[in-house]
Design a protein around this ligand. Sequence first.
Ligand code: URA
Length: 237
Amino acid sequence: MALTRLDKLLADSGRCTRSEARALIRAGRVTVDGAAVFAPEAKYDAACVRIALDGSAVNCTQTRYLMLHKPAGVLSATEDARQSTVIDLLPPEYRRMRLFPVGRLDKDTTGLLLLTNDGDFAHRVISPKKHVPKRYIARVEGTLDDADIAAFADGIVLADGTHCLPAQLVILAPDLGQVTVYEGKYHQVKRMFAARGKPVTALHREQIGALALDSALAPGQARELRLGELDAVFAAD
Ligand code: URA
């Protein structure tokens, strides 16, 4: 059981800073299991109590998991001096939570990007040893054919000699493929198609594991993962 000070728990929620939390608590605006607590130093296990601010429940668990519909034109990074990043897209309360993207999508790639402050989770998703499938829709120059499907299934050898793990390619239209990869090499999908002489003109990630991008999220919108969705990341489709 991990006991944490109430002011820290409240600040961990992202609603306020630690000093603002102390003021809110002293003002009697914070309740624990329905009763006002005036002592910022009082300790609780966030998993075992219901903390509320001005009557509305506050999620004080420190680890957060969000899905973002990444638009084109933003960097999968936490900060950049010149360009906007996926963190800049988040509502203000999330910007204090030290969230970072789970892996990277290229600046021009759209679709499902997970954000978290849980390093172990991110590692499990990214690690090629864990074989978490990532599914993309790629528009290409040229015409996809059965030889491409076979080459993806065998494991593409990139232009620099790097061997990729076997991947699945489904042809949706002559110039549109759905590809599932189990690792995350730099520019991997683009380089795989380039190795087939069919450069990618647009790339969108639609799924990680069995977790699909929520179609209700417009480009640039994010939401927290719901119950069961965290497990879906590691589940088979
Ligand atoms: N592969 C790519 O080439 N680019 C991405 O953004 C993701 C996978």
